[in-house]
Design a protein around this ligand. Structure first.
Ligand SMILES: Nc1ncnc2c1ncn2[C@@H]1O[C@H](COP(=O)(O)OP(=O)(O)OP(=O)(O)O)[C@@H](O)[C@H]1O
Ligand SMILES: O=P(O)(O)OC[C@@]1(O)O[C@H](CO)[C@@H](O)[C@@H]1O
Length: 300
């Protein structure tokens, strides 16, 4: 079974407007709400492409209830922990000339509530896959992903980590099966701006030296580069299409790649599937659907 963990789920409030003027009253042309947070997006896309998963995470207040109900209604299996206090966040995504995002901080998670998550993770079985995705609320220790990975070490559980900066760097010593920073995040981790594919490969390999098994660097409209644990380097471009909303494209890529690799154990195929799934989300109002993925996959 694939499990996703979202420490900080969100209602994604996507507003469209022609232009955003700071310091002024802005009026939107449309508003849509999606059930988000990176792990939840991965579980939703897995469901859309016909793969079962269980979404784990913490929800709080009326926003948390809405997220849980909404995700369940879409047919995603959930096993969320209900927090006693606070509100799950509402993340605002503004689509104007540029995409601007305001992501909330999220509710506090108390020690006993965190323990409930560890208890759930302790029940994972050999052969399961765990996807840890997104930021963690400020109330949690910053080494929480490390703590999880340390507890699950040597239990034959493939762990995928989609996080940034130290959250990601600090887990590498536990040999995650896959990490997926984008090219900007990769540069930030080393305090450099990466200008060419060769530089991206050079720095992605440093993450492998630090312990990552497979490193997938997504590059939005420029595609992606995969460096496998067997030392292969694969680059892929993107299919043709019009970008509608790229929120969740990275999560969709993780879903497509992971589902495909677990099924076929073929890196190139997984890279194609991941790319088609990422682009299917970028070219849609919401997250990737199976039909859109199939249509785009044929172009790769
Ligand atoms: N403009 C685009 N055109 C085509 N495909 C895209 C575009 N943006 C994203 N994608 C697809 O989605 C994949 C992941 O995108 P990206 O690199 O933006 O991830 P990310 O930064 O993690 O995204 P996010 O944080 O928005 O989920 C890309 O490798 C590509 O396949
Ligand atoms: O604040 P985090 O946890 O880093 O990211 C949260 C988020 O931006 O990520 C998803 C898109 O990848 C959205 O659904 C959600 O709002």
């Amino acid at each position: 079974m694939i499990y996703t963990v979202t420490f900080n789920p969100a209602l994604d409030y996507v507003v469209k407007m022609d232009s955003l003027e700071l310091g002024m009253v802005n009026r939107s042309k449309s508003e849509t709400i999606f059930y988000g947070g990176k792990g939840i997006n991965v579980s939703t896309v897995l469901k859309n492409i016909g793969v079962d998963s269980v979404a784990l995470g913490f929800v709080a207040g009326f926003t948390g209830k809405e997220i849980e109900d909404g995700v369940k209604t879409m047919g995603v299996k959930t096993d969320f922990i209900q927090l006693k206090n606070g509100l799950s966040r509402i993340n605002v995504k503004i689509k104007a000339e540029q995409e601007t995002e305001i992501n909330g901080q999220g509710p506090d998670i108390k020690k006993d509530e965190l323990q409930q998550m560890f208890d759930k993770l302790d029940k994972l079985q050999s052969g399961d896959c765990l996807i840890l995705a997104g930021t963690i609320p400020a109330s949690l220790p910053s080494d929480i992903y490390e703590q999880i990975m340390e507890k699950l070490m040597n239990r034959n559980i493939d762990i995928v980590v989609d996080a940034t900066k130290n959250l990601l760097l600090n887990v590498l010593k536990f040999h995650p099966f896959l990490i997926k920073p984008n090219n900007h995040e990769l540069g930030e981790m080393f305090g450099v701006v990466l200008k060419s594919d060769d530089e991206i490969v050079e720095y992605a390999k440093k993450l492998q030296v630090m312990g990552a098994r497979n490193v997938l660097i997504s590059m939005a409209g420029d595609g992606a580069i995969l460096i496998t644990e067997t030392g292969e380097v694969h680059k892929i471009g993107v299919p043709k299409g019009t970008v509608v909303n790229s929120v969740g494209a990275g999560d969709s890529m993780v879903a497509g790649f992971t589902a495909s690799y677990l099924k076929d154990h073929d890196y190139m195929e997984a890279l194609k599937r991941g790319t088609a799934t990422g682009s299917a989300t970028a070219f849609s109002e919401g997250l990737a659907t199976a039909d859109k993925v199939e249509e785009l996959y044929k172009q790769l």
